[in-house]
Design a protein around this ligand. Structure first.
Ligand SMILES: Nc1ncnc2c1ncn2[C@@H]1O[C@H](COP(=O)(O)OP(=O)(O)OP(=O)(O)O)[C@@H](O)[C@H]1O
Length: 283
């Protein structure tokens, strides 16, 4: 990844306060045009909160944050966002294709406007392109509630992409998918990033399904962040400094990375929970 590419996300000395405490601070990082970046760290480290800062939903208490050369929240349709997964009611009748279309004109959906025939046709073409891109043609006309978790996720990714964003923010899009679907969706996002030249910042609790697609890792822990190529960040030495206690990055025989440490360490104990904590597959 060349450093000449323009920055899409820039944080310098950024900090965020929630509920009267500083969640993280002194954060410097840059994500460049077309990069695939993962935000990793234990539960409660502030990964989703970082996306909220980039969306302009929470202010940075210090320093400077720029998104596509604008203040957070001011880049409009140039930023696509897929929030943490919510499931659709199995009885929901709305079709997959309508879900994608909602990304284009959610505020007008269902109300065709007079004299907008050409515009509606263009919208239909764009929606069809996206359904093809994410490989959802076989089930796009099925009610969304009857689609599988992986199928729903493909349609939601299509929705987030339909406005041709330059930056896609994804909050744990692999969560609650089985391993084959995690791998397939990771590959899809990697392909979108390269072929459509969309920068991706993706919150993940397991780096393994996306490791081979990543240009950059942003690891949040202990109120600080480290950012860099995955091989530089996910190391025993770098993570030990970040956590403020000894942790080890182990490679399983199948290549998976596992971070192992002392669960009683004060720097992480407060944030530890079932899924995260200090003994979790993937960083
Ligand atoms: N508006 C808020 N007011 C008070 N506390 C908040 C607020 N928003 C987030 N928090 C707290 O900040 C911490 C970080 O939340 P966040 O959702 O960013 O963590 P995360 O790293 O994404 O965790 P997880 O992996 O569990 O999703 C949590 O302890 C959360 O309860």
């Amino acid at each position: 990844m060349t450093d000449e590419r323009p920055a899409v996300i820039e944080l310098s000395d950024a900090a965020v306060r929630v509920g009267g405490r500083t969640l993280w601070g002194g954060v410097d990082l840059t994500v460049r045009h077309g990069e695939f970046a993962a935000v990793l760290g234990p539960n409660g480290a502030g990964k989703s909160t970082l996306l909220k800062v980039l969306l302009g939903l929470l202010p940075s208490a210090t320093g400077r944050v720029r998104v596509l050369d604008a203040a957070p929240g001011h880049a409009g349709r140039r930023v696509g966002y897929l929030p943490q997964r919510r499931s659709f009611d199995p009885g929901l009748r709305i079709r997959g294709t309508d879900i994608v279309r909602l990304g284009l004109d959610g505020h007008r959906w269902g109300l065709p406007l007079p004299g907008r025939g050409g515009r509606n046709a263009a919208a239909g073409t764009r929606v069809a392109e996206l359904i093809e891109l994410v490989g959802a043609s076989a089930y796009a006309n099925r009610p969304i509630g009857q689609c599988s978790g992986g199928e729903q996720q493909r349609l939601l990714i299509a929705q987030a992409l339909v406005q041709r964003p330059e930056l896609l923010l994804l909050d744990e899009p692999l969560d609650s998918l089985d391993l084959p679907n995690q791998s397939a969706i990771a590959t899809l996002i990697g392909r979108i990033c390269r072929e459509q030249e969309v920068a991706v910042m993706m919150v993940a609790h397991d780096v393994n399904p996306i490791l081979h697609h990543l240009d950059r890792v942003i690891y949040l822990a202990g109120g600080k962040a480290v950012s860099g190529p995955p091989g530089d960040v996910i190391t025993s030495d770098t993570l030990s400094v970040l956590y403020g206690t000894r942790v080890d990055v182990l490679r399983a025989s199948d290549g998976r990375m596992v971070v192992v440490g002392d669960p009683a360490a004060p720097a992480v104990h407060a944030d530890a929970s079932e899924r995260g904590g200090m003994h979790h597959s993937a960083a």
